[in-house]
Design a binder for this molecule. Structure first.
Ligand code: SF4
Length: 494
């Protein structure tokens, strides 16, 4: 019997890319290949790329250089590159790295196996990059491909691809195309399937989840999706939304939260300009939706926000956070902030510090501005901020974020949190790690006869809070001890 061929997938980028990597892995596994994390035993290496930040493509080209030596040693090794950077660079990638077997775009993920096969047959590298989703609706939304390799109890579910915005620093609209939402009924069915196979936590993915459904009205007129037609016909098949001509993200949250067995729903990312009161209410009233709102700020200066073409002001942003905090008990708020956008003055940055301080974030991803070729911001060269100024601002912002993160985490000391077990801690395998509903990392010591498998819900009393994690003690997982008991979640005693 011939041994199955092995594939390795490396991801450079965001959660959307990680999700695509799981889809790539599903396609290759579906062709009888076996996944490996060891380059030495891989017959196929797929690099799934992101072009949002410079260091992702630096990493890609660094990796391609290393893989060239491996290919020189093992000529049978097949290397493919997919994702945003492949979508953007296309032929240029093959020119820079002629040792590639295939280059495929963000809309061609489901074809990765076929492309590699074609390259193998012809002995020539293959390039396939569609500019928009293919005729086959499943191309971008391949179902049953969502379970996470690293956390089998959790899954990513793409609800929408593409983006209709035009943020000056971002290349996504160019490489992912306009927004395409996935039909409502199909999403509900996917969650039911995932729940049936033991998935308890879902992260809904989209470039701007708050605009989910905008494109559905016209598509549904010709759709064969029964639920979609019911919606279009005004049938009250789902909540209050039936009187509208299209579903809102809020309707989706309510619908998916009702799927039995799904204990936690998270989503990323909502654009502040499209965050509606209906979404905040749906978060507050849908038991499975976690008390966590990731709301990208990017800058606290109205002048810079306008230059970024973000479509909101700092005041509006602060109003949204206040509304969300008033409606949702114990809400954790996290964000993304770019430091050193072209033209950012000390005054602009002072506004960012003020807003960050006023919001009091639980955590933040802070980024140093890096120009992406093809974006408006990349053409503002004369306004670039000096690297040493950016570095200084970056450190000052970090201090503000860490201060509030620490205050929030210390405030949890003494509470008992509902924690989902992720597995042994990366630092110390004798310790277990898990996440609270707010997405906070918790470390705790398991019982001697540890039977706490990943995906188990437990109660942990918090003893210590640091800026980026909590430390606690496993307590009797009696539902009465849990802050957010969910009747349909099997709670396992420690
Ligand atoms: S909303 Fe802005 S930052 Fe987000 S994907 Fe769209 S263009 Fe990029």
């Amino acid at each position: 019997m011939t041994e199955a061929r092995r594939f390795l997938v490396r991801t450079f980028g965001c959660q959307m890319n990680e999700h695509d990597s799981e889809r790539i892995a599903s396609v290759l596994a579906g062709e009888g290949m076996v996944r490996t994390d060891d380059l030495q035993e891989a017959d196929v290496v797929v690099l799934n790329t992101c072009c949002i930040r410079q260091n992702a493509d630096d990493k890609l080209y660094g990796n391609l250089g290393q893989l060239k030596s491996e290919k020189d040693r093992r000529p049978g090794l097949e290397i493919a590159v997919g994702g945003c950077l492949a979508q953007k660079d296309r032929e240029a990638l093959l020119v820079r790295a002629p040792h590639l077997s295939a280059v495929f775009g963000t809309h061609n993920v489901a074809r990765v196996g076929a492309l590699l096969e074609l390259a193998r047959r012809t002995g020539e590298p293959v390039l396939e990059v569609l500019d928009a989703p293919g005729e086959d609706e499943g191309t971008d939304f391949a179902s049953a491909m969502a379970v996470r390799h690293d956390q089998p109890y959790a899954a990513w579910v793409t609800i929408q691809v593409g983006c209709n915005n035009s943020c000056a620093f971002c290349i996504v609209p160019e490489v992912r195309g306009p927004e395409v939402s996935r039909p409502f009924g199909e999403l509900r069915a996917e969650l039911e399937r995932l729940a049936a196979r033991g998935t308890v936590e879902i992260t809904l993915l989209g470039q701007n989840v708050n605009s989910y459904g905008r494109d559905l009205t016209t598509r549904w007129r010709s759709s064969t999706d029964r639920a979609a037609q019911a919606w279009a016909a005004g049938d009250r098949w789902v909540g209050e939304g039936a009187s509208r001509s299209r579903p809102l993200f809020a309707d989706l949250l309510r619908e998916l939260s009702a799927v039995p067995g799904i204990g936690r729903i998270r989503f990323t990312s909502p654009h502040p300009k499209d965050l509606r009161p209906e979404t905040i209410s749906a978060m507050a009233e849908s038991p499975a939706v976690c008390e966590q709102l990731h709301l990208p700020l990017q800058s606290g200066s109205d002048r810079i926000l306008a230059a970024m073409r973000r479509g909101y002001t700092a005041e509006r942003y602060l109003g949204l956070v206040a509304q969300a905090r008033a409606a949702i008990n114990d809400l954790a708020v996290t964000t993304d902030i770019i430091v050193g956008f072209p033209g950012e003055t000390e005054d602009d940055f002072a506004r960012t510090l003020e807003v960050a301080s006023e919001v009091s974030y639980d955590s933040a991803f802070t980024f140093i501005f890096s120009p992406r070729p093809g974006t408006r911001a990349a053409q503002m060269e004369e306004l670039y901020v000096a690297p040493e100024v950016i570095a200084d601002r970056f450190e000052r912002l970090k201090v503000v974020i860490e201060r509030s993160a620490l205050a929030h985490n210390r405030a949890r000391v003494g509470t008992v949190e509902e924690v989902i077990v992720e597995g042994p801690s990366k630092q110390d395998p004798r310790v277990l790690s898990g996440r609270t509903r707010q997405g906070k990392l918790v470390h705790f010591t398991p019982p001697d006869d540890n039977k706490l498998v990943p995906g188990t819900f437990v109660g942990v009393r918090i003893d210590y809070g640091a800026p980026h994690h909590l430390v606690g003690t496993l307590v009797s997982a009696d539902e009465r001890h849990l802050r957010n008991p969910r009747e349909h979640i099997p709670v396992t005693s420690g």
